[in-house]
Design a protein. Structure first.
Length: 94
């Protein structure tokens, strides 16, 4: 489950935006410049397998989609990594 904290409202409240399409623990979630939230990396809680898919939450539609591309193929970055939005819109994973 992911909770959304909208900073633009006068009295912010948390909203449940549902479960990630790719169940995972140890994921990074970073807001994009496009108004979407990106859930990256982590591992499956049921199999402990590494999760390579990127789940994208669109705040305009209120829906999750999955991008099957792996943001860090072959790097071993998965659990406990951090993600930072850069000024140019790229996401740095460390």
């Amino acid at each position: 489950m992911l909770l959304l904290y909208p900073r633009s409202t006068p009295a912010p409240t948390l909203s449940n935006v549902g479960d990630l399409p790719s169940a995972r623990t140890g994921a990074c979630v970073v807001p994009g410049q496009d108004g979407k939230a990106y859930a990256l990396l982590g591992e499956s809680p049921s199999t402990n397998a590494l999760v390579g898919a990127v789940d994208v939450y669109d705040t305009r539609t209120g829906r999750w989609t999955t991008d099957s591309s792996d943001p860090a193929p072959g790097t071993g970055l998965r659990v406990g990594a951090t993600a930072t939005l850069l000024q140019n819109g790229d996401i740095l994973i460390a």
